[in-house]
Design a protein around this ligand. Structure first.
Ligand code: TMP
Length: 236
């Protein structure tokens, strides 16, 4: 399958149409942004690493009966995907307090949550992706109540699969962000799952092995991404 016209360029990926209107190609870039584009940089080979990790995790989820947009990994940076009508809701699942949960509600970083927290954010860069509840999402027309209920249940099911998979690889899945889309009457998991979109801490040392190293200038960004890739892909 070949790329035809570019449909969209995001902060970390480009999306291309193909000769088949049901399929698109997602190309992973090395560009990194944080704090809604206020911080910009590149992470060497991030696109290659994130494509490999995402393909592996989507395949794992498919085996567990969770439908994703993945068709196949085409090359180092290219993923062939089903063409989704993206739902403008970012779904965040949290197992351990970190990031904006600490800032917004005063949890101590590292507090293990008794039950995972699922949050919805409006996917809108101009508005800085604000936190929202179901009523906001319905009023804005971005999703129906029924769809939001599917997103929450799907996110919890994905969390259960990924938490165990990462724990087996000595990684704590602290939190992560998911995006979904509509395709032929079905809701599929889209976008990517990678150290850009997850917080992953070493099970024993709590070392941060994710984009927080870039966000907060902790150094060793490339090494952290490669280490996650090694544990996800090589420890089977
Ligand atoms: P937060 O603590 O900053 O709200 O982030 C929660 C999780 O969502 C974290 O794993 C990083 C991920 N995330 C994204 O993938 N994209 C985003 O734009 C933001 C704000 C967070």
């Amino acid at each position: 399958m070949k790329k035809t016209t570019q449909l969209y360029e995001g902060k970390a990926k480009k999306v291309f149409l193909t000769e088949d209107s049901n399929l698109v190609i997602q190309e992973f870039k090395d560009d990194a942004t944080a704090f809604n584009n206020k911080k910009k940089g590149t992470i060497a080979d991030k696109g290659v690493v994130n494509n490999a990790i995402s393909c592996k995790l989507f395949t794992l989820l498919e085996h567990e009966g969770i439908h994703t947009h993945l068709v196949e990994k085409l090359s180092d940076r290219d993923m062939l995907c089903r063409h989704l009508d993206i739902i403008k809701v970012e779904v965040v699942v949290r197992n351990i307090a970190a990031g904006s949960l600490v800032k917004r509600y005063g949890f101590a970083e590292g507090t293990v949550l008794a039950k995972p927290i699922v949050e919805f954010y409006l996917k809108d860069d101009d508005l800085d992706d604000p936190l929202m509840n179901e009523s906001h999402a319905v009023a804005l027309g971005v999703a129906t109540l029924e769809e939001l209920s599917v997103l929450k249940n799907r996110a919890e099911a994905i969390n259960a699969v990924l938490k165990k998979f990462f724990a087996d690889r000595k990684l704590k899945l602290v939190d992560f962000k998911l995006e979904f889309g509509r395709h032929n009457g079905e809701i599929l998991l889209g976008d990517e799952i990678s150290p850009d979109t997850c917080r992953l801490w070493d099970l024993e040392t709590n070392e941060k092995l994710d984009k927080d190293r870039f966000r907060f200038d902790l150094g060793g960004v490339e090494d952290a991404y490669s280490e996650v890739q090694r544990r996800v892909l090589e420890l089977d």
